[in-house]
Design a protein around this ligand. Structure first.
Ligand code: FAD
Length: 468
């Protein structure tokens, strides 16, 4: 039996008893069957119900609502998408503005819904600080990124540079070179959003069956060990768990991200650090770090994890001392005052990575299957967009959401880009990550000669370009 409460620090904060909802024991006829009670499945149900309250919707969840990445993540609600710059670069200038507007509105849309539905999830829109914190090359990279963003139509109001003293007004980072700031990011308590969404859906008449693992799916039908659900539409919303629903595992790989939480820190420590209005922050290396201050004054800090051969899911997230040590080191480099702080929680989760390193949304009207996924580590907001988009696609509404570049429209699932077979995936993915780690270690050492710094960066850039 899963220890639900300890799957993440965020779950330990839930007031409810976390008793699973009843499993599905009998056959069922519905309009929409959704597999997975993470944000994707639940936002899809929410927006379908908003548009057509009479729809009969059932969600079948293998464990418990919020068990997956949705109950474990870093809580960054990003008004953007993985691969956004590449998608923008391919668009005519006239259409870029519309894409910016759609993406930047996502945190506000989530803010509106949690206010309307009274979901207490600590939603705060304090923006994000991508800090150049550990070596000077981070500043050059962030400034280059800023230039790219501006060349793609974003303005100074969307993204701007903060010099060290401007950054210090929000966040005091040791030896900082500055930071790129954007106001289009909010933070949340992720598990509270997931659990709150599940309760909201039940009030709207959506049936949620927990401890109900789907073992087979096809057009018009979903099967579990105990029952068959006949449905007009099927939405597989399992993201990092795609391998459990063949053939989805060919298109979405499970990769891990890992996190730590400190003990609650006293006001004197926060007076030194800052972060007093819900800002998200990271330290801009390719280690993909992300942090926020929790509602009970802990520092929450995460970084990219790994990929397991054969796309095996990681189930044990009792992180090793090395995994905790890397996160403690990265956090301590930014905030020396936290170097010896007590780490009270360690956890992680599986997330889905698509071959093109950008999300996809599609709706196969012939097979009556709708799918949104491949968010990488940027799915908290993207799932909301996915839910709204799938609702429009299924109900046949031609809207500004359904015309965006990540929407593949009326296409079969097999039109998604496939991952290479093993061992190519493992070798490819891990070589890229190795080059990132090598770059980071080389640059973090102030004694590394300039030529080696340049070589490490060139290699990592080259590997990054192979991703797409
Ligand atoms: C540690 C970590 C930190 C992250 N931080 C951030 C962040 O700060 N910001 C951000 O934007 N994104 C972040 N992400 C990514 C983000 O959390 C995900 O993209 C998002 O939650 C995906 O939601 P989902 O509903 O698609 O998938 P999930 O939340 O994973 O839900 C899938 C559900 O499907 C269920 N399931 C699987 N197989 C079956 C089956 N056969 N039958 C029935 N049910 C099944 C699972 O139990 C699970 O509940 C992070 C992810 C992780 C792991």
């Amino acid at each position: 039996m899963t220890d639900w409460r300890n799957i993440s620090f965020w779950m330990t904060q839930q007031d409810e008893p976390l008793t699973p909802r009843p499993a599905l024991q009998h056959d069922l006829d519905v309009d929409i069957a959704i597999i997975g009670a993470g944000y994707t499945g639940m936002w899809s149900a929410y927006y379908l119900k908003q548009q057509q309250p009479s729809l009969r919707i059932a969600i079948l969840e293998a464990e418990m609502a919020g068990f997956g990445a949705s109950g474990r993540n870093g809580g960054w609600v990003i008004g953007g998408l993985l691969g956004e710059e590449r998608m923008l670069a391919r668009l005519p200038e006239a259409e870029r503005h519309d894409m910016h507007a759609v993406l930047q509105d996502i945190p506000d849309e989530i803010g509106r819904v949690v206010a309307k539905e009274e979901i207490a999830c600590d939603f705060r829109k304090g923006g994000v600080l991508y800090c150049a914190a550990r070596y000077p090359e981070q500043e050059a990279r962030m400034r280059q990124w800023l230039k790219t963003l501006h060349s793609l139509g974003y303005t100074e109001a969307d993204y701007h540079w903060l010099n060290p003293s401007e950054l210090a007004a929000q966040l005091r980072v040791d030896r900082a070179f500055g930071a790129l700031f954007s106001p289009h990011v909010a933070t949340i308590q992720p598990a509270s959003l997931a659990r709150g969404l599940a309760r909201t859906l039940e009030k709207l008449g959506v049936q949620i069956f927990e401890q109900t693992r789907v073992t087979g799916w096809q057009t018009g039908q979903v099967t579990t060990a105990a029952a068959t659900v006949r449905a007009e539409w099927v939405i597989p919303a399992v993201e990092g768990y795609a391998a459990s629903l063949p053939p989805l595992g060919k298109y979405q790989l499970p990769v891990q991200s890992l996190m730590i939480a400190t003990e609650p820190l006293p006001a004197s420590v926060w007076a030194e650090i800052g972060l007093d209005r819900g800002q998200a922050f990271g330290e801009s290396s390719r280690q993909v770090t992300y942090g926020q201050r929790s509602n009970d004054d802990r520092m929450i800090f995460g970084a990219r994890g790994g990929y397991r051969f054969g796309g095996q899911l990681r189930t044990d997230f009792n992180l090793s001392e090395d995994e905790v040590g890397l996160r403690r080191y990265l956090m301590g480099e930014m905030f020396p005052i936290l170097k010896n702080v007590t780490i009270t929680h360690r956890w992680g989760g599986n997330l889905g990575m698509a071959r093109r390193f950008q999300p996809h949304m599609l709706c196969d009207r012939q097979q009556r299957i709708a799918l949104s996924g491949g968010y990488g580590g940027e799915g908290v907001a993207a799932t909301n967009l996915g839910g709204r988009t799938l609702a429009d696609l299924i109900l046949g509404n031609d809207t500004r959401l359904t015309r965006q570049p990540w929407v593949l429209g009326d296409k079969p699932v097999r039109s998604l880009a496939k991952w290479e077979p093993e061992p190519l995936r493992w070798l490819g993915y891990n070589s890229i990550i190795r080059s990132f780690v090598h770059e980071d270690q080389t640059l973090a050492n102030p004694h590394t000669p300039a030529w080696r710094r340049k070589m490490a960066m060139a290699l990592a850039r080259r590997m990054e370009s192979l991703m797409c």
